[in-house]
Ligand binder design. Structure first.
Ligand code: MG
Length: 256
């Protein structure tokens, strides 16, 4: 069955996109501060608290806290953890780790959703390549966010970069529409066919989030019912921006 059968994609007005930009700026700052706090020995709870403080200082609300029962304000996913890692006082980052930090902020009802994967101290060349390629794929996807393109053009652009580098591409977790709800239509797979799917229109807003691995793309969910890990234990990276399709081209909303 086509992944693109449903195409009930909400269109935001220019004024609404401006409001989403405010939420995006808050989410971006919180993510930056959380990433800057990363160092060997810090717990993922402490990283969480840095991001949460930044969000609350801006009179915003951490989008993820309580979302479907999620117990924290950020997701912190280390090494083979792909997404939805739960911050904890007992989990300390180690020299050589990579950690994906995902932060959402809700401001005046609108949501900014972004993520980055950062090195803890020095990392191996293949880990650095994983991060670099994931970022390159995100920007390839963003470049396709122009009116008249199709949704599949985004997926295709992201997946092509990952495949060319020989990386695993997570299929079970995908990008998504975002607005007043964290997950709106459509789902945006990180691999797909160019020229397929709904036509992009100005006012659509997407959270693009390639998730690539150094191994295969099979994942399992841990007993905590949240943390998704690679089946083969290979490292994973996730990088995300919230992006609006506008007449002037792609507009990254999760920017300070
Ligand atoms: Mg997201």
């Amino acid at each position: 069955m086509s992944r693109f059968l449903r195409s009930n994609i909400l269109i935001k007005t220019p004024a609404e996109i401006e409001q989403m930009q405010e939420a995006g700026a808050i989410a971006a700052r919180a993510l930056r501060l959380a990433c800057e706090a990363v160092e060997p020995g810090i717990s993922t709870q402490e990283v969480n608290d840095v991001a949460e403080a930044a969000i609350r200082e801006a009179s915003a609300v951490p989008t993820f806290l309580g979302y479907s029962g999620f117990p924290a304000s950020i997701c912190a996913s280390i090494n083979s953890e792909v997404v939805h890692g739960i911050p904890s006082k007992g989990v300390k980052l180690c020299f050589g780790d990579v950690v994906a930090i995902d932060v959402g902020a809700t401001y005046k009802g609108w949501i900014g959703d972004n993520a980055d994967t950062v090195a803890v101290g020095e990392i191996t060349d293949d880990s650095q390549q994983l991060i670099d390629v994931t970022r390159k794929a995100l920007y390839a996807g963003i470049a396709q966010c122009v009116p008249g393109n199709r949704l599949g053009d985004i997926s295709h652009a992201i997946g092509k970069v990952g495949r060319a580098a020989g990386l695993g591409i997570i299929q079970q977790y995908v990008g998504h529409g975002v607005g007043k709800s964290l997950h709106e239509e459509p789902s945006i797979p990180n691999e797909g066919k160019a020229g397929k799917g709904p036509i992009l229109k100005a006012g659509m807003v997407f959270a693009l989030e390639p998730m690539f691995t150094l191994g295969i793309d099979d994942v399992v969910t841990r007993d905590d019912h949240w943390t998704v890990v690679t089946k083969d234990g290979s490292r994973s990276a996730q990088i995300e921006h919230t992006v609006a399709v506008t007449e002037e081209g792609p507009l990254i909303l999760t920017k300070e």
